[in-house]
Design a protein around this ligand. Structure first.
Ligand code: HPA
Length: 290
């Protein structure tokens, strides 16, 4: 495939089906093998002359891979090997900040890494990787994302600190209280190490979160065995969440031309420049992983 793929969307279970159901032509499905293992399937679609890729982190048919076991390195390497330079990471965290209600959209601006999920780098036992994380999300993609979302139907929060935990368990009340004291607004298990790894491969990467529950202890919620989040989210809140999920493809397609058009004058394409200049990394990224 020689035509450029303008954007990758990393999203929830079976995300590609939302585009198929809208009748979009699927050009290909690829599962590249990488030095870091097999990637998840990557579905290539075309919309208004733009190509985009869709990858479901947790599996295609159901929740097959829980958060700590997602092979981010293989997935990101595979997207890079398809010539992709920009990633929209769609994710579904809980809210520590009660102003961020289930069904709201949030574009986090920063990360608090409170997990211990390894590996967090492509360069284990090697020199490269001392990379600045301000801004941690691509400023161009994030700016365009917010401009475009302002025109949509969902409440949008334009700043949030995303606290990354390891999972798959949810947090204790004391942990959420600690994260609130540290300035956290959202808590989730997916953006780390994904965002840090994406930066090592010099992707432009930004995240669009939709809140799915209030985090533990934020509101008084009795325990209900056998249902999603065991009572942390009410049926009305889950209905608001389903409305956003149902709009996922529409939101992604509205964003696509805007995100595809960013000029990449941001720092992202040169995040590893010091290592190139030092001769630690070659000009062609494919030579980075022998
Ligand atoms: N905590 C951590 N991860 C999550 C949550 C949560 O409350 N909700 C969805 N992902």
């Amino acid at each position: 495939m020689h035509q450029p793929i303008h954007l990758a969307v990393i999203a929830r279970v079976g995300a590609h089906r939302d585009f198929l159901e809208r009748g979009l032509p699927r050009l290909d499905v690829l599962t590249p093998d990488t030095p870091f293992g097999l990637s998840n399937p990557i579905h290539i679609f075309e919309y208004q002359g733009l190509r985009f890729a869709v990858l479901s982190r947790h599996g295609e048919e159901g929740y097959q891979v829980s958060a700590p076991f997602v092979n981010d390195r293989a997935n990101l390497y595979a997207l890079k090997s398809l010539g992709i330079a920009k990633i929209l990471a769609w994710c579904a965290p809980g809210a520590i900040n009660p102003a961020m209600a289930p069904g709201h959209l949030v574009a986090p601006h920063d990360i608090l890494d409170e997990g211990d999920r390894a590996p967090r780098t492509f360069f284990e036992n090697r020199g490269p990787g001392f990379v600045r994380q301000n801004p941690v999300f691509c400023p161009e993609l994030r700016g365009r994302l917010l401009m475009t979302l302002a025109e949509g139907p969902f409440p949008v929060h334009d700043r949030a600190v995303y606290v990354a935990t390891t999972g798959p368990r949810l947090e204790t009340v004391a942990e959420i209280n600690k994260f609130r004291l540290l300035g956290g607004d959202l808590v989730g298990m997916t953006l780390v190490p994904e965002v840090f790894l994406a930066r090592e491969l010099e992707f432009c990467y930004t995240a669009l979160c939709y809140v799915v529950n209030y985090a533990e202890g934020v509101l008084d919620r009795p325990y209900e065995p056998g249902v999603l989040f065991e009572g942390l989210a009410t049926p009305a809140e889950l209905a608001a969440v389903r409305r956003v999920e149902a709009a996922f493809a529409e939101v992604a397609l509205a964003l696509l031309p805007h995100l595809a058009a960013t000029p990449r004058h941001c720092p992202c394409p040169r995040l590893m420049e010091r290592y190139r200049l030092r001769g630690d990394l070659g000009k062609d990224w494919r030579t980075w992983f022998p």
